[in-house]
Design a protein around this ligand. Sequence first.
Ligand code: GLN
Length: 425
Amino acid sequence: DRAHEYLEKIEKSNINAYVQINKDRVLKEAEELEKNEKLKNKPLYGKLIAIKSNINVNGYTISCASKTLENYVSSYDATVVKKIKSQGGLVIGMTNMDEFACGSSGETSYYGATKNPNAEDRIPGGSSSGSAAAVAADLCDMALGSDTGGSIRNPASHCGVVGFKPSYGVVSRQGLCDLAMSFDQIGPLTKNAEDAFVLTNVIKGLDISDSTTVDTPKFEKKNIENYKIGIVKEFMDVSDEKIRNKIEEGIEVFKDLGCKIVELNYNYTDLALPTYYLINYVEFFSATRKYDGRRYGYPIEEVCGEEVLRRILIGKHISEKEFSGKYYKKALQARRLMKMEMLKLFKEVDVIASPTVPKLPHKIGEELTPMEMYAYDVLTVPTNICGMCAGVVKCGDINGIPVGLQIQGKPFDDEKVLSAMIEFE
Ligand code: GLN
């Protein structure tokens, strides 16, 4: 019945959150699930879960919101999808996104922009735009997104929902179409932090088909009283004043919970965007070589949008032998430095709280330069550069537009971050 309700709501909705819904299939699967006694006590029993269009679900079109793969129908379930199904979850449909997850606005999709349910003339953020918007508009119970440099957290912040990017290696990437494989993680977008906890526990775990995964014990909720919460001055300084003020109000909540606030400096904030984008371009260029039109889809360079093409061309250029020393290797050095210095901060604090995105979302269609678009990511990419985990919870709104508080933790401190998210709510 709930499947019915959601499907009807989706049909009436005009925010363009989904790119594929197979109504008959969802209803049939819901019916079958009801007869399945074995799944009744599972944590996701009957939950309707929206999946980002770069995660393989058997029988669905995994387009990555690109013309390149508009006819690519998947023949298998990604590890995370297998796990969701085994715990009683149902896939409700495939969500809209920035083309190949390249973007922070949701506007680069081949299927058109997704609207922000809180303010329909605004972007919902990206690249997991449809997943965040579907959760915010109550068009599913929960959703999966992917986060390479903020793509779960950025739209979670703009849409006013919860998003969590697990530490690199916690969740299997098998079945995820990669953007930049050394940064990518799959994670939940949910209506509350409790659900993010549950969904993360379901999808995580060692997977022999992704050698970067590690085995982590079940995450349990911890008491965060006496936690040291770091506030990085540079993270506050790059953010708009109104957003800063909201986050400062949020920090008061932690004080009331008995946490101690510690002021910190991170002098490598300026390195974040150049380091991230150089590595992203190189890894994305390499990942796209399989889209040459021979096995499936169209040759990517012939049909893709502007942003994807920019990354392919620059990625090719900077990874060529004569330039790689100048750019790519420098970026790898910067990455190591950023991580070392970041880990030092975590000797003094448990988690770091900050804004998620330094600006409010722009109006759909507004022309931003690539640099302006990339600037949205300055506070989210350090997490991925350093292999850390980070979650976003709503921290009030400005004229009806939500603002998300970001909580970052060091690699494999997922439990601490998730616990802090729950307590904050
Ligand atoms: N906005 C960032 C980019 O375009 C992050 C994307 C992502 O996390 N998938 O690369």
